[in-house]
Ligand binder design. Structure first.
Ligand SMILES: *Cc1c(COP(=O)(O)O)cnc(C)c1O
Length: 357
């Protein structure tokens, strides 16, 4: 599919952030965006790279009422030699269509997804920050834009990609987070939409997140929706737990997201000779293992922060410190290796890097 590049008028160009230490996350957006539309009877039409601009949408659009929406998140990195790399973008393309299938949305051809992102990032390469730990965050999304109040699948969708230069997540150093194990609210159940990257999952998680913040925690760890007993995942991260001789993580059983970072961390750990088990994790056993000191490290995995050390876990009023509450050796090693590969400091022996310039 041909992707048209529309002109960017000078008055649509924004000033770039001059202090890369102040970028933060997802607050500023580049000059251009990718757009394509799907119309019933026509399929994908009018793929274009256009100036970044607001949508004018009818208030009746399906997305506003019934949340037919999906998204993705990945990053482009500028290496010290000036080249630009994506990290496993084909996994995001596949997952996007997996999410879309669950929400009855049309599949985006992988070449439109991948080439669209590649072309857009190349055009916007002047926006990719270069300071240590920074990157260009890429946000593909699809929304249902048919204006009708009857509940149905839409006959018109927008697929679009916007870009945001983002700062180093751990600008002030690698800091372990405090996690509250949620025993009242649930995020997903098998058969639901937990495995899809869809806005509704986030909307329904806000209340638990807010209440956890009020109690002084950074994030919520979800338990399974049926027994409220098995560990699932955290906000926008999968969770991994390190023992002396192995790493344990929840299986992909329909209610958690199939994280690209999770998969990468599992493969990296295995390459380091660490045994990885994907299995149900009983929260009571996990807490007992923290108490006894058998559990050495816990960390989250996700594109935004890559690897996030967990210092404290609290369940039913009992707050426990994991290890010495600091950053574990394996956590640090996985973080250093993965970010090293992404930023081109460590050779990629896995075939994960897609150089685009
Ligand atoms: C995006 C996301 C993750 C992390 O996935 P990555 O591909 O590693 O970024 C984990 N859990 C949820 C709920 C997510 O939305």
């Amino acid at each position: 599919m041909e992707i048209k590049v529309l002109p960017l008028p000078a008055d649509k160009m924004k000033p770039k952030c001059t202090d890369e230490s102040k970028l933060g996350f997802g607050k500023i957006f580049t000059d251009r965006m990718l757009m394509a539309e799907w119309k019933v009877g026509q399929g994908w039409v009018d793929a274009r790279i256009q100036p970044y601009a607001p949508f004018v949408l009818d208030p009746a659009c399906l997305v506003f009422h019934y949340a037919q929406e999906i998204f993705e998140g990945l990053k482009a990195y500028k290496w010290a030699d000036g080249s630009i790399a994506l990290f496993r973008p084909e996994m995001n393309a596949r997952r996007f269509n997996h999410s879309g299938d669950r929400l009855c949305m049309p599949a985006v051809p992988e070449e439109l997804f991948l080439q669209g992102i590649e072309q857009l990032v190349k055009l916007e390469k002047g926006w990719i920050p270069s300071m240590e730990g920074t990157s260009l965050y890429i946000r593909p999304a699809m929304i249902a834009v048919e204006p009708v109040l009857g509940v149905k699948t839409s006959d018109h969708y927008y697929f679009y990609v916007i870009l945001s230069p983002v700062g180093a997540y751990y600008a002030a150093g690698f800091k372990p987070v405090k996690i509250l194990v949620e025993d009242l609210y649930v995020r997903a159940v098998s058969g639901g939409t937990g495995e899809a990257k869809t806005g509704g999952n986030y909307a329904s998680s806000l209340k638990a997140g807010l209440e956890a913040k009020q109690k002084g925690f950074d994030q919520v760890l979800w338990l399974d929706g049926v027994h409220r007993r098995y560990v699932e995942e955290v906000g926008a991260m999968n969770m991994l737990f390190a023992y002396e001789d192995r790493v344990v993580t929840a299986p992909l059983a329909g209610s958690i997201l199939n994280g690209v970072t999770r998969d990468s961390v599992i493969k990296l750990a295995a390459a380091l000779g660490v045994k990885v088990e994907e299995r149900q994790i009983d929260i009571n056993e996990l807490m007992a293992d923290i108490r006894s000191g058998k559990l050495k490290e816990a960390f989250g995995s996700g594109t935004a922060a890559v690897v996030t050390p967990v210092g404290t876990m609290s369940y039913k009023g009992e707050a426990l410190t994991i290890g010495d509450g600091g950053v574990g050796k394996l956590t640090q090693k996985l973080y250093d290796t993965l970010t090293g590969i992404q930023h081109g400091r460590i050779p990629d022996t896995f075939g994960w890097i897609r150089k685009i310039a």
